[in-house]
Design a protein around this ligand. Structure first.
Ligand SMILES: [Zn+2]
Length: 487
């Protein structure tokens, strides 16, 4: 984006509320990306005439949890509405949603941007039901579509931000922050690939300094953070090019072609009137008791942003490291347990080993924190050994590798593998003098001013020690002996 235009972007996020049963019937919510089609279907969610919807209380509670976590005002009375349109995966011919009086509105969410923290306004949060799924098939020269209604009627939460995001980075961080909150309050596992969370940015540009809104285009159903970033970047560039060449952005709905890396016009954007919203006659207004809402408010966990601030203030972590740790509630819990158990290791050392070596192993193997073969206290035990000088970093990485593969206790792994760090001065002194005696040329070079040769000599001592020497002690002994030989 050139410096002539400002991106203006809002997000609409659809999140499945992962309750046991569907929004308006007792069919189970099943993973619609695996297994048999049409196994979780009844007359209500397949749109049979005369069937009556019944509101799922758990889904309402999940929705309230999210709305409160997003600092929204909860409307104690909200109205379900029919949104009429035809689509083969929507057998009723309408979707039950909320329109004029949504469950919640006027909230906010704090995100990080390159220019510091930004408070993004949440326009509304409402409940609706998901549609079924179409699979388009081309087989034996024939083309046809299959309808699977397992997803039809699954509870969905729609979250709409104000168009206040002004960079691709802010868009990404806002989507991350929303996902993190959905996971913290336990309503959604955050899996974009499975369609449990779908992100739709609405994008426009305007000349820098202008306060008017440009015409926006909306990109539908992005199912990864990567495609969110790519599609947003592409669409901003497309609009700028269009405007620069004298064209005009038209209001439309677009799709994202991930393989080609382009947005494609799908249809001219419909306006709300096209859907002929009207109050759902088969459902009463949704009336919540204030006390019930307050009970939910009190039951909310500490949320990622507050936790991050606390980690920075209490543990002295860098904001970035704190972000990485709090993004997942289970990881943050693991970290706090580890820090609380520490005898010698400090919170920063534990954070470094968690986000560095351990995350490295987990990413490589695709392991979640809950699947580890060892607990937080074993990580603490290892960090205590490191901080106490009992094992050096190379040895500690080996111990962590064993913990990761087999579990066990760091102390016994260190013992069994002979990884105890050698800090014994007499032993170190003789290794250092042997290396100095064996490498007269390098020593002379170093003394003549070739400073990097010090690392070579250091490496030789470490090799002699089989990697088990205390690196700091080796460095100071080496320096001392070289200084002495210079005199
Ligand atoms: Zn059903």
């Amino acid at each position: 984006m050139s410096s002539k235009y400002q991106p203006v972007i809002g997000l609409e996020v659809h999140a499945v509320l992962e309750t046991r049963s569907k929004m308006f019937c007792s069919c189970p919510v099943v993973d619609s990306t695996i297994g048999e089609p049409n196994i979780a279907v009844c007359p209500v969610c397949s749109g049979m005439p005369g069937m009556l919807p019944v509101i799922n209380e758990a889904a309402v509670e999940y929705a309230v949890r999210v709305a409160l976590a997003l600092n929204c005002k909860i409307n104690l009375t909200s109205i379900f509405a029919r949104k009429s349109y035809f689509y083969p995966d929507l057998p009723k011919g309408f979707q039950i949603s909320q329109y004029e009086q949504p469950l919640a509105q006027n909230g906010w969410l704090d995100i990080e941007t390159a220019d510091g923290e930004q408070r993004v306004a949440i326009r509304r949060v409402h409940i609706e039901e998901d549609t079924g799924k179409l699979t388009h098939v081309e087989k034996g020269g024939q083309r046809y579509s299959l309808v699977d209604l397992n997803r039809s009627g699954v509870p969905l939460l729609e979250i709409v931000t104000e168009p206040e995001l002004h960079s691709v980075e802010a868009v990404r961080n806002c989507a991350y922050a929303l996902r993190s909150i959905l996971r913290y309050v336990g309503v959604n596992s955050g899996n974009l690939e499975k369609g449990l969370m779908r992100i739709e940015p609405n994008i426009s540009i305007r000349p820098i300094g202008s306060s008017e809104f440009g015409t926006r285009a909306e990109i539908k159903n992005l199912n990864s953070f990567r495609s969110l970033e790519r599609a947003t970047t592409y669409e901003l560039a497309r609009q700028e090019q269009l405007v620069e060449s004298g064209g005009r952005v038209v209001q439309q709905t677009m799709g994202w072609d991930d393989a080609r890396g382009t947005t494609l016009a799908q249809r001219s954007k419909e306006v709300a009137e096209d859907y002929r919203y009207f109050p759902e006659p088969d459902l009463p207004p949704l009336v919540l008791e204030k006390a019930w809402v307050e009970k939910i408010r009190k039951s909310l966990p500490e949320l990622p942003h507050a936790r991050r601030e606390r980690f920075v203030a209490t543990f002295g972590l860098k904001p970035y490291d704190a972000d990485v740790i709090v993004a997942e509630r289970e990881v943050a819990d693991f970290y706090e347990t580890a820090v609380a158990a520490a005898k010698v290791a400090d919170a920063k050392l534990i954070a470094n080993w968690l986000t560095g070596a351990l995350f490295g192993l987990m990413n490589e193997a695709g392991t979640e924190i809950g699947e580890l073969r060892f607990g937080a206290k074993q990580l603490t035990a290892l960090c205590d050994q490191i901080a106490g000088g009992k094992v050096n970093p190379a040895g500690a990485r080996e111990v962590l590798g064993v913990l990761f593969a087999e579990g066990g206790s760091p102390a016994s792994i260190i013992k069994a593998r002979g990884l105890q760090q050698i800090s014994n001065t007499g032993q170190l002194r003789s290794w250092v003098s042997e290396v100095i005696a064996a490498n007269p040329q390098q020593v002379a070079g170093y003394l003549a001013g070739n400073a990097p040769l010090l690392n070579f000599l250091f490496g030789q001592v470490m090799q002699k020690a089989g990697g088990k020497a205390n690196p700091a002690a080796v460095r100071s002994e080496l320096q001392a002996q070289l200084d002495a030989s210079a005199k």
